[in-house]
Design a protein around this ligand. Sequence first.
Ligand SMILES: NC(=O)c1ccc[n+]([C@@H]2O[C@H](COP(=O)([O-])OP(=O)(O)OC[C@H]3O[C@@H](n4cnc5c(N)ncnc54)[C@H](O)[C@@H]3O)[C@@H](O)[C@H]2O)c1
Length: 435
Amino acid sequence: VVTSPARDLAVVGAGNMGVSVLGAFLSRGRPCVAIDLDAAKVRELSLGRSVVPEVGAAEILARALGEGRLEATTDLARVAGARAVFVAVQTPYKGADCDYTALRSVLRDLARVAPPGQTIVVGSTVFPGGIERELLPELAARKDLELVYEPVFLRAGFGIDDYLRPGKLIFGLADPAKPPAALGAIFAPVIEREATFASFASAEWIKVVHNAFMSVKVCFANEVATLCRSFDADVEAVLRATFEEGPRGRLMTLSHMLPGPPYSGPCLPKDAIVLGGLLAKHGEPWMRGASVLEALRTSNEAYTEHLVLRWIELGRAAKKPLGVIGVAFRADFNEVRGSLALPFIRRAKRDGLPVLAYDPFFEGISPEAHALAARGDREVEALRETLSHSLEDVWSRSGVVLLNRRLDARERARVSGLATPLLVDLYGNGWEERA
Ligand SMILES: NC(=O)c1ccc[n+]([C@@H]2O[C@H](COP(=O)([O-])OP(=O)(O)OC[C@H]3O[C@@H](n4cnc5c(N)ncnc54)[C@H](O)[C@@H]3O)[C@@H](O)[C@H]2O)c1
């Protein structure tokens, strides 16, 4: 006789997160079992009382208890009566790392008591590398169990609603192409969001990156506010006008948030330098040496310097000229001021290394047109000689090529028959031989 488990979900760890997840499932009429080591918490829950002040929890728990859908226990073996397990025990930080003691101990015990094939969703925060290093070894003897990592984003107090209607729903899996059936059968009907499946490592990073970005915004806004106030600007008006933008707005476009070259061009570098000056003059002492605004410049310059040195190193080793493809700061535009190509070419010239550079905008350009494009910038004017090479020439004669633009289909065809040099590819053009 096959009997199906009586509970949809066993929630292990009935703290803030555990109660939020429990409340979400119970609010959808699902039968659940809450498991916690803390007998006092279990006693409260078994009376239908919430142990944390999550909005809606008190009513949801009381109703579920009345309808016989809520069980609370200290006995982990009760997971046997559930279709899936959600683990929400604490993973506090210890030094600069996480303390996985509680989480590991739950998994170790689950390896003993979980029924065959059970899906275990870990909601506790796990930092990059933690699943492989800390969690999987505990389940090594139970290859039948399906481990899932769900990076969960809950606001304290609004956890039930946030769990039901998340901004994003990610499940980290050993094999993202093979989600366990329980995710579709048990979680999908409850959570109002289509799931994205990711590798364990990606899911771990999504959690960290999400929270880091929230922190960046907070620090950024506080520093901006401090500076604005010393100029009598209306901080709120400044930040609202900056961030509230129409659908054609450029600030929150994903293209700026995907990996690519350092920022460059006639505006952003200049603005970051001037902002650093404002900061030095008008910033408060607490901002010195620890400022996000200052890091806009230092991080970008350090990354640029790293790329330049790599290109120089590869060029020296190859004992051939160093190539640059894409000299203008933006493809198909003749503005060279602030271009990322400049620190590369500058450095090579300083070190006495020959450079071959190509940019379609300057191919076959007359001296007059070049002078016009230089806009009076001496350094750009002096590029005339360096710039006179053809794409094929740069590709075949250089030991290493900086790809400072995305090549179009015609350009790819032009170099396809030639041997590929080493590439420092800032735009992910997709060649296999990259530096
Ligand atoms: N609080 C949130 O809103 C939130 C949001 C996102 C992520 N998280 C993550 O969720 C995890 C839990 O956070 P929390 O704030 O809910 O923690 P918490 O301390 O409030 O709750 C943890 C619970 O787990 C119980 N527990 C510990 N070991 C156990 C065991 N072996 N068996 C059964 N129960 C056990 C504890 O008694 C406690 O009740 C953490 O990793 C945290 O980083 C929390």
